[in-house]
Design a protein around this ligand. Structure first.
Ligand code: AMX
Length: 435
């Protein structure tokens, strides 16, 4: 057993004792009241899930085990000569709850390289889809095809003790994270690069190797991938992809089934697909105005037009956040260092100055500020990754780190089948009428 797996088990045993105590001695404590409106409006603000890996503050943004994104950029190990945090380190932090050492991160990098073999039938399943299929469809099909490799599903079918579920979930999660870059890169090269594929380089870190397999050798792009994989990894437990993975996993579905379900949620335009929508929207604006650098006034008019057509401004607003997303700010800082004069990036910054007051004046938008998706596309375009339908797959590879670390915790803590109560509107009517 690798030392990380052992360490995880020790941490989980400790937390199990604490949770047992909480439930035994405080199990009847009320956390909050639930209003009728909350039930109808996406359960917004209802505390109903425990997720150990990260916690979102409406104003400060996400913290992973207490560390903000700027703190992660300062404190997580980096490649030699690099400035961006390694996603392996974030995975360790989410899983173990402590910052990793350099050897911990190197151990994870080599574990991911060692576990990265993707069987041929996975590629065959992807090849069975037309090239015109959306990359996210190919991605979930690839993950589903990989489910044949689940060690949890095999062990469960043979009969295992509940106490050992976590161990198989850990191995499946490690295998899945190790293999996702290869599957994603295969989809990219099949759809956009004439089906010419690039062999993995087992000496590179997880994100660096992903960049390499996509076909991007620029060190700037590799650094971007490391940052990208860190900032998209987790956003506490209630967002659609995390919640879906957790929900499906609560039925003891294995990591592959659960993650594929979460990815189908990420593929929705109000969630992960927003990153492709942002760049599509900016490109349409450029085309319609026949300029590469629209002025702030032109942007303002285009935003008003978008709203008058009953559409949302993609990349703006959030269900929980109420300030500029620190994931947006981290990308802005990356751009200031690496590509300050890029025209598209400057347009993203001009949009940032233009959109919030317009959304604020609508009076109904709870958060007029940009989210993570408002910036990511412009950085990718700079390095030549212009195929924006692929962007959500990048988000998905990163999201695996958070939702699978969480799934390991779910099994290690023996969390229950999730099954909230639902009611009909007739029930609500009778409830308010006191019947
Ligand atoms: N442009 C226009 N209108 C917006 C808006 C935006 N960016 N954000 C919210 N609104 C509107 C809503 O559509 C809603 O209008 P309605 O009452 O007429 O239906 C009203 O403002 C109130 O919505 P809200 O409470 O502020 O937001 P929400 O919690 O219901 O939804 C979100 C959050 C993200 C779906 C929404 O802000 C949105 O659609 N944004 C654009 C899409 C986007 O960027 N999604 C990515 C989110 C991050 C991620 O998951 N990757």
């Amino acid at each position: 057993m690798g030392h990380i797996k052992e360490k995880f088990k020790v941490k989980a045993d400790e937390l199990n004792v604490e949770i047992k105590d909480l439930v035994k001695n405080h199990g009847t404590r009320k956390i909050e009241d639930v209003t009728l409106a909350q039930v109808y409006q996406g359960m917004r603000g209802i505390t109903g899930i425990v997720t150990e890996t990260s916690l979102l503050d409406a104003n400060e943004g996400i913290r992973f085990r207490g560390y903000s994104i700027p703190e992660l950029r300062d404190n997580l190990p980096k490649v030699k000569g690099g400035a961006e945090p390694l996603p392996e380190g974030l995975f360790y932090l989410m899983l173990i709850g402590e910052l990793p050492s350099e050897p911990d991160v190197q151990h994870l990098s080599s574990q991911f390289a060692r576990r990265s073999h993707v069987p041929n039938h996975v590629f065959a399943a992807i090849d069975a889809l037309p090239v015109s299929a959306h990359p996210m469809t190919m991605f979930t099909v690839g993950v589903m095809a990989l489910q044949t490799e689940s060690s949890f599903a095999k062990a469960y079918a043979e009969g295992i003790n509940k106490k050992d579920y976590w161990s198989y979930m850990y191995d499946d999660s490690m295998d899945l994270i190790a293999r996702l870059p290869r599957i994603a890169a295969y989809i990219y090269r099949r759809k956009y690069k004439n089906n010419v594929h690039i062999h993995p380089n087992g000496l590179l870190d997880w994100a660096g190797n992903f960049a390499h397999m996509l076909g991007y050798e620029d060190e700037g792009f590799k650094e971007l991938m490391r940052l990208y994989m860190v900032i998209h990894a987790d956003h506490e437990g209630g967002n659609v992809s995390a919640h879906t993975t957790h929900l499906v996993g609560s039925a003891l579905s294995d990591a592959f089934l659960s993650f594929a379900a979460g990815m189908n949620g990420l593929a929705g335009p109000l969630h992960g697909l927003a990153n492709q929508e942002v760049i599509k929207w900016i490109m349409n604006m450029r085309e319609e105005l026949d300029t590469k650098v629209p002025s702030k006034q032109q942007i303002e008019e285009y935003v008003r037009k978008t709203l008058s057509e009953g559409k949302v401004v993609p990349g703006y607003g959030h269900a929980v956040l109420r300030k500029t997303d620190p994931r947006f700010t981290a990308q802005m800082e990356f751009a200031r260092t690496h590509l300050p004069d890029d025209e598209l990036v400057n347009t993203v910054w001009n949009i940032y100055e233009t959109v919030p007051p317009i959304l604020e004046n609508l009076g109904k938008v709870k958060n007029p500020w940009p989210n993570v998706d408002a910036h990511s596309g412009a950085l990718l375009v700079h390095y030549g990754l212009v195929e924006y339908e692929f962007y959500t797959v990048l988000f998905g590879v990163s999201r695996a780190l958070g939702v699978l670390a969480s799934l390991c915790w779910d099994r290690a803590l023996g969390f229950s089948l999730e099954r909230p109560k639902s009611v009909t509107t007739q029930w609500m009517r009778q409830f308010v009428e006191g019947k």
